[in-house]
Design a protein around this ligand. Structure first.
Ligand code: URA
Length: 234
């Protein structure tokens, strides 16, 4: 791909601005040589303003989403995209979240510009488990694990029962829920159906990939090993 298009697709600026950037010598290789518009330099050896380029298409990002941020590109208020460099919003193909977390839920959130990868993660066939740590308003009754694991639980206004979900009781108001699907507000609605209320919710894991070590609002580009962890949960 021509350099101007590559840089514009990564969100560094318009094509016109990128032509100017190249002309002004802001785009170089690692030895400081100015690159021409038709340079064939490998992506990882290109510097923009002395900084390595953002990852090429096919990127997967893990964010530790804080409470109070919405998984949207255009809602009012704080958006998860505000936590990434501005240019990430301008990337082509677009960077989308893989599934969503509610505004009031924190924890593991993936982004990608790779449609095939996105489908692989959310496909019901892949059965990637998502692990949630829920804090509850009142003690559990004791029959939640049987209900959630039954494969017969119906949520209000849904036509299909929920897939069996795992429940680990941490203490009477703290539970770890393991889901193999992602319905709207699923964890909150499951506990609401038992007469309880989720007061705090954190997604700690997607498959075998955890947010441990990432500060709130922090994010990282996943390596091939990290990506493989998503599908290797046991
Ligand atoms: N279930 C919920 O209720 N909220 C989320 O954000 C994710 C799962």
């Amino acid at each position: 791909m021509r350099l101007v298009k590559l840089l514009a697709n990564l969100g560094y600026g318009s094509r016109k601005e990128m032509q100017t950037a190249i002309r002004n010598g802001w785009v170089t290789d690692r030895d400081g040589n100015r690159l021409k518009p038709d340079a064939k330099t490998a992506h990882e050896d290109i510097l923009f303003d002395d900084e390595p380029l953002d990852p090429a298409q096919g990127v997967v990002i893990l964010m530790n989403k804080p409470v109070g941020y919405t998984c949207s590109v255009k809602d009012q208020g704080r958006l998860v995209y505000d936590l990434l460099p501005d240019r990430y919003r301008m990337r082509k193909p677009v960077l989308s979240t893989i599934g969503r977390l509610d505004k009031e839920t924190s924890g593991a959130l993936l982004f990608t510009d790779d449609g095939t990868f996105l489908h692989k993660v959310i496909s019901p066939k892949a059965e990637v488990p998502k692990v949630y740590e829920a804090t509850l308003d009142r003690p559990m009754k004791g029959d939640e694990a049987a209900l959630f694991g039954s494969g017969e639980m119906m949520l209000e206004s849904e036509v299909k029962p929920l897939k069996p979900a795992g429940l680990e009781i941490v203490d009477e108001t703290h539970a770890r829920l393991i889901l193999h699907e992602g319905r709207y507000h699923q964890v909150r609605r499951m506990f609401a159906a038992t007469g309880n209320h989720v007061t705090a919710l954190v997604r700690s894991r997607i498959g075998g990939l955890s947010v441990e070590g990432l500060e709130e609002g922090g994010w990282k580009v996943l390596s091939e090993e990290d990506k493989a962890l998503i599908f290797a949960s046991e």
